[in-house]
Write a protein that binds this ligand. Structure first.
Ligand code: DC
Length: 225
């Protein structure tokens, strides 16, 4: 069975997909990690991200290996582990230029589809239900209020801090994060479209547990039909 979880940055996709994978025995596919890996490799190799053909050709030639186990996906490109490099705020800022490149989107399709071959997979991204797995048995489109998404991102960044950050600094960081989220929403909008048959879930005032339970009910329904 394939479950597609699409939605904008910070809507809770990763956490929800991870919990769905853990509780219901699915492998998790984080498709954003693939676009991030292409962005890291191209920027390290000095390829101009505005040169659509050069970036697409590099994505096409890149040997990507990823695994679904553990807290965060592990990903390697041409044999080099990039699992940490792909999560930096620098990559947050440059990755949309790679993800909006149609040649890159085409180049990354086979890797996503072969990962799911013969497996129960929960795949998270933007275009999973529309392009990557249009026949997915269950499609969820997750949204949340942008302010709430900014708040969650900042809380996540500080969850392992020893002491609480000053309120003023946190408010500034949330405002900057909100601006960043709005920029990324605008850049990724064309590729973040809910499938006509997606179940829309607004996560703004709901807990992860509530959403995962709802998805659990939907999985049971789909399996029974
Ligand atoms: O979900 P994320 O922040 O890791 O995604 C990284 C970038 O890749 C972001 O610009 C959205 C884009 N993306 C996409 O266009 N299609 C996907 N299936 C997954 C991510």
């Amino acid at each position: 069975m394939i479950i597609a979880i699409d939605g904008p940055a910070g809507s809770g996709k990763s956490t929800v997909a991870r919990e769905v994978a853990r509780r219901f025995g699915f492998e998790k596919l984080d498709t954003g990690a693939l676009y991030r890996a292409v962005a890291v490799v191209c920027s390290e190799e000095g390829i101009d991200l505005a040169d659509l053909d050069a970036v697409a050709a590099r994505a096409e030639a890149l040997e990507l290996a990823f695994e679904a186990t553990g807290e965060a996906a592990r990903i390697a490109a041409d044999g080099r582990d990039l699992s940490d490099e792909i999560r930096t705020s620098r990559v947050d800022r440059i990755v949309s230029a790679v993800a909006t490149n149609p040649g890159v989107r085409r180049a990354l399709l086979p890797a996503q589809r072969s990962f799911a071959c013969g497996r129960d997979v929960v795949a998270e991204g933007r275009d999973i239900g529309t392009v990557v797995f249009p026949a997915a048995e269950l499609k969820v489109f997750l949204t949340a209020d942008p302010r709430e998404r900014a708040h969650r991102r900042v809380a996540q960044r500080h969850e392992h801090d020893g002491a609480p950050a000053p309120a003023g600094a946190l408010a500034r960081e949330e405002a900057e994060t909100l601006a960043d989220i709005e920029r990324r929403d605008a850049a990724d909008a064309a590729n973040t479209v809910p499938a006509a048959d997606a179940v829309r879930i607004d996560s703004t005032s709901r807990t992860i547990d509530e959403i995962v339970c709802e998805i659990g009910r939907l999985i049971a329904e789909r399996r029974a039909s």
